[in-house]
Design a protein around this ligand. Sequence first.
Ligand SMILES: NC(=O)c1ccc[n+]([C@@H]2O[C@H](COP(=O)([O-])OP(=O)(O)OC[C@H]3O[C@@H](n4cnc5c(N)ncnc54)[C@H](OP(=O)(O)O)[C@@H]3O)[C@@H](O)[C@H]2O)c1
Length: 306
Amino acid sequence: MRIIAVAGGTGSVGQTIVEALVAHGKHKVLILTRKPHHQVNELTYLAVDYEDVSATARSLEAANVDTVICAFGMESDAISEAQVNLIRAADLSGPTKRFVVSGYDMLFQEEHIAMVPTAKWALAATQAAEGSSLEYTRVVNGLFLDYYGLPHWRSHLKPWVNAVNVAGKWAVLPGDGTCQVNFITSQDMARFVARLMDLPKWSPVSSIVGQTASFKDILQVAERVRGERFSVKYESLGDLRDGRISFPEFEETGLESTGRSTESILASFHYISGTGGYAISSDDPLDARFPDIKITTAADVIESSW
Ligand SMILES: NC(=O)c1ccc[n+]([C@@H]2O[C@H](COP(=O)([O-])OP(=O)(O)OC[C@H]3O[C@@H](n4cnc5c(N)ncnc54)[C@H](OP(=O)(O)O)[C@@H]3O)[C@@H](O)[C@H]2O)c1
């Protein structure tokens, strides 16, 4: 049994990972949070101040934490700094040996920094982990399928649109809509993360392939299930690259504090997904390590939600 602390385990992805770890049942789970919490439903919350690296290290040490899974919502330089501080604290803590950096997304690389701020923060965490004595990994899983079932699909995720809005019956597809993307539900991703804890050795990147499909494939399933044609626009990759996307409606992404407009952030993510950024290639995906995890498909999500 390992003692695993999920930092940001109060958030959307964090709660999902906590639930999967509890269901897996092999390890003791703690939640690191900035707010004091009592023990709720047998979950233990550990209040920490990420700005105080030595105090955070002492808390990890006192709780005998072996592994930290970071699930911060990467939305600002301040949150990125909190993650880097947490990596430093984990490095200082004697019993803490392993760290999962907050990712659960595409494989952000240097070339993506100019397009989306998330890339800069993913790399800052990776560099800090590389420079530590911790064994670390970044989970790369493509896009979450939950969005195509919300608000009916049971999920902790906040609303977001990736090309197809099943509730509103519209789609804005990047390019011709046929670019391959990897998809998985947040619940399946979290099952893989729980099983990752049992592997004796980690790679710097832990890939989950899930389902490979195009946004056009998702649209076809959505139209079939909802029984009518959606309003569809094919958005040129040039417009997306230049920050324009013709979503008829959209909500803030959480990344606006970086000074970018919501439209340009959504356009950048769709440019990246329309040019293969969300296609996962790996010789050793977690799917092959844990073939007993049955992948929920886009059709499963959409058919059971609508
Ligand atoms: N692939 C996809 O489709 C997809 C979709 C959504 C998210 N993601 C990824 O999943 C990860 C988690 O995102 P999320 O949406 O689940 O996050 P979230 O719910 O916005 O936040 C998770 C937690 O982060 C902590 N937090 C917030 N601000 C903080 C700060 N300044 N310092 C330290 N901790 C802070 C909070 O915990 P406390 O208040 O308890 O401290 C919060 O509950 C991100 O890396 C994101 O990119 C991927």
